[in-house]
Design a protein around this ligand. Structure first.
Ligand code: A3P
Length: 283
């Protein structure tokens, strides 16, 4: 539903747009964030399936983890709160590689990067903008798409985000996941994640996690939790109803005109010509 009361403004930090929830003070003090060796970072461009992976990790039996809010949201006191977490921390972020706090790199923390077809990501982000009062008002899909292509949206350009992470795709502490692969074979993707985290999970438990993290199950649970005002993973998003829309692959076809597709593809070819990861999304 289109919200009429958007009050969100974006502000630029190091050339990238952030929401009002990420203060400049917090962003400039990111390097004071103290990572722990067993931290797991869940990295994505917005609307790529962050909540999905988070739910998978939270559903692993005996994982003894705590999902936190993204490091770039809130204020500096969040870093103090994070120090009090006793369990293994799973920390989401939408930051590009270069902006990641330095201790995450020096301590070689495990990082899961999830990537999704950019056209579907653009459509999902368009809906998120329309429904989320913390983001600026946008008029039409066409106007939004122009902004998306310019990187004039929250967390900047999809293309530059992927390219910043692509350089590290072979680092042994980084696991790249594709949204579309998760849709194709969720159990296989769950096994990849648990193996990467070094947690043994039996075949029957994998099947249970796959059932619990199916789109319908997650969407129904979110609706129930929001109506009960009970947020089990509110650390990531307080209004979970905004997150679960269609959960589909290829929904972009219902939005892009043939001209918009051509413009998008031209930019994609130009920007991503050296990207191996982007080849996955070539039509
Ligand atoms: P749509 O808007 O296309 O439906 P994020 O968690 O990074 O904000 O991404 C949100 C997108 O992931 C939304 O896409 C949401 O529906 C989709 N998503 C969340 N959980 C999912 C699941 N279990 N299966 C498939 N898609 C899921």
């Amino acid at each position: 539903m289109l919200s009429q009361n958007h009050s969100g403004v974006l502000h630029k930090f190091k050339g990238i747009l952030f929401s009002t929830l990420s203060s400049e003070g917090l962003l400039s003090s990111l390097d004071s964030f103290d990572a722990r060796e067993d931290d797991v970072f869940l990295v994505s461009y917005p609307k790529s399936g962050t909540h999905w992976i988070a739910e998978v990790i939270e559903s692993i039996p005996n994982a003894r983890i705590t999902l936190t809010s993204p490091i770039e949201l809130g204020d500096i006191s969040k870093f103090e709160e994070l120090k009090l977490v006793c369990k293994r921390r799973v920390i989401p972020t939408h930051l590009i590689y270069d902006m990641l706090p330095v201790t995450i790199k020096t301590k070689q923390c495990k990082i899961i990067y999830i990537v999704r077809n950019p056209k579907d990501t653009a459509v999902s982000l368009y809906h998120y903008y329309r429904d989320n009062p913390n983001l600026p008002c946008i008029d039409t899909w066409a106007a939004f798409l122009e902004k998306f292509l310019r990187g004039d949206v929250v967390y900047g350009s999809w293309f530059d985000h992927l390219l910043s992470w692509e350089e590290h795709k072979n680092d042994k502490n980084i696991l790249i996941m594709f949204y579309e692969e998760m849709k194709k074979d969720l159990s296989k993707s769950i096994k990849k994640i648990t193996a990467f985290l070094g947690i043994y999970v039996s075949e029957s438990e994998i099947n249970k996690i796959a059932w619990k993290t199916s789109f319908s199950e997650m969407k129904n649970n979110a609706a129930r939790e929001d109506s009960d005002q009970k947020h089990t993973i509110c650390a990531l998003t307080s209004n979970r109803n905004l997150v679960f829309r269609k959960g589909a692959v290829g929904d972009w076809i219902n939005y892009f005109t043939s001209k918009q597709k051509r413009v998008f593809d031209e930019l994609f070819t130009k920007k991503m010509k050296h990207s191996e990861l982007a080849r996955y999304f070539e039509d």
